[in-house]
Design a binder for this molecule. Sequence first.
Ligand code: BJW
Length: 231
Amino acid sequence: MGGIVILTGAGVSAESGLGTFRDKGGLWTRYDLTEVATPEGFARNPRLVHDFYNARRANALDSSPNAAHQALAQLTTRYTGEVLLVTQNIDDLHERAGATGVVHMHGEITRALCAVCETRWDAPRVMDPDDACPSCAARATRPDIVWFGEMPYHMDRIVTALEAADLFVAIGTSGEVYPAAGFVDIAAEAGAETLEINLEPTPAPGRFDRVLTGPAAVAVPAWVETVLAEA
Ligand code: BJW
């Protein structure tokens, strides 16, 4: 039984009511990402950044997993081979659907990070620039999110899994943000089959061996059913 590495993006949470970034009306068409998703933007205006993530934390906490999260959770618990579920999403909908071992490469909106001593703790629903770190008391607390120019988390573990995978599946991601956008190439180079599941094929023809199109909440449960039936 071979190993599967799954990479999810904002499209997997779209049907739970959480906005994507680059689609029409997406977050980056309404907010300047250099102001809200870079360490430099946070240094310039921490209140603006906290307001942005406080609103997104409230949306995430008030939303519920959809059928795609539930199907992927079934895969992580019932597939007899190795499954590594890597998400770029900062929401906790995979976990709330029951998935195990989820790797959050861009951080988690439910966690807080001290920019001075790097202590992490559960974020309150509303964070404030004046909050003190529970460990060193510095007033430099930020959401535990990976912004542009920062190194995504767990890269060694992800690359090791990609190099050993038999199948790599990218779900609901535009493939525009690196290093995640390069995972398909690492997996293919190491001999894995590659599959994209998206509302529409991403504009990189031929990067994936197979493409399944449709809303994640429909396409993902159908694909998981076939994988579990074959296992
Ligand atoms: C559906 C659907 C439905 C819709 N069903 N599907 C030039 C070349 C290469 C790299 C770079 C470069 N210049 C800069 C870089 C590096 C940079 C980068 O990649 N920039 C590009 C934009 C060019 N990357 C970084 O900085 C990363 N760090 C890094 O590289 O470190 C190395 C390093 C560091 C320091 C020194 C030296 C080296 C960090 C990237 C951090 C990304 N952070 C964000 C925001 C924080 C999290 C948050 O606020 O939520 O993460 S950006 C944003 O994009 C977010 C997402 O995780 C990420 C990916 O977006 P995603 O998930 O793909 O969403 P969309 O909206 O793009 O796509 C949605 C898809 O779903 C679409 O395809 C739809 O069709 C589909 N869909 N509904 C199924 N119902």
